[in-house]
Design a protein around this ligand. Structure first.
Ligand code: FMN
Length: 266
């Protein structure tokens, strides 16, 4: 394959982005980061891409862990897409610095704005607003694919200075506590013990006990458990009960579970 894209996703936005870029490029394989386990990452592809959501104005922990396992020829063309809801902040700069510690260069880093899945700050936006974002993102993805095809070197996309200073500080302060933020998750009386939350969790952080999910405090805060629960039974604290759930409408539960099940069988 000419291009390999490694992706991480909670609610499908990053997977959709990976698929769109793959379709535009052709000859591209998509590998979920979670399928790589703890293995060292080698690749013979010419172009190597990373696509992932921005979490708390920075890189999610699984992406950091992934980059720390890269052992790839530095002459390859590396690109990244930080999928976010409007505040990419300094995420791509953080990625570039991390890659430099592995002797690798990030040649281009793009921001894609898609609907937010961070339900504590608001439920899903209307289908019409979602469609607007998908359309704009699709246009930008075509430009990104063209840049990758010609191996362009571009300045990394970033937020305004206030975001990069203030929000990066918040990222650094909250990062050590993310795993334990699952204390606010609970399953209410609508839970049917279907165990989809247990199956979909990329961190294997959920165990079913007495017919209810129990979070094990190694959470990655991707919100897959809450957003994919078919009964909307999973809540985060007290104010998510009435909020609309979100996952990318073109990504199906089976797409999400396929890679998780493959990992469990490996
Ligand atoms: C814990 C958490 C933190 C988030 N932090 C940010 C953020 O700092 N900036 C932003 O623009 N979006 C933020 N978001 C929104 C996601 O980046 C956005 O919805 C993304 O498209 C989700 O991608 P996914 O569906 O591939 O997981 C956050 C979402 C979660 C769950």
């Amino acid at each position: 394959m000419k291009t390999t894209i490694y992706y991480y996703t909670g609610t499908g936005n990053s997977l959709w982005t990976a698929r769109k870029i793959s379709d535009a490029l052709g000859d591209t394989q998509q590998i979920p980061i979670k399928l790589t386990g703890t293995n060292i990452i080698h690749s013979v592809s010419e172009n190597i891409g990373l696509i992932f959501p921005v979490h708390i104005w920075g890189l999610p922990a699984p992406v950091i862990d992934f980059v720390n396992r890269l052992e790839i020829d530095p002459s390859k063309y590396f690109f990244a897409v930080a999928v976010n809801a409007g505040q990419v902040a300094a995420t791509l700069i953080q990625l570039k610095k991390l890659m430099q510690t592995r002797g690798l260069n990030l040649f281009s880093g793009f921001s894609i704005n898609l609907p937010s899945n961070y339900i504590p700050w608001g439920g899903a936006i209307s289908p019409k607003e979602q469609q607007n974002r998908f359309n704009k993102a699709a246009e930008k993805i075509n430009r990104i694919a063209a840049a990758i095809r010609s191996k362009e070197i571009n300045p990394l996309e970033k937020g305004p200075a206030w975001q990069n200073i203030f929000l990066s500080l918040l990222y650094r302060q909250s990062y050590p506590y993310v795993h334990k933020m699952d204390k606010s998750f609970l399953a209410d009386e609508k839970c049917t013990n279907c165990a989809i939350c247990e199956k979909i969790c990329p961190a294997q952080n959920i165990l079913m006990a007495n017919g209810k999910p129990i979070w094990q405090h190694c959470c990655e805060q991707c919100f897959a458990c809450l957003q994919w629960c078919p009964e909307e039974s999973i809540q985060y604290g007290k104010n998510t009960q009435k909020k609309k759930r979100y996952h990318h409408p073109e990504i199906k539960l089976s797409d999400m579970l396929a890679s998780v099940l493959a990992k469990k069988m490996s």
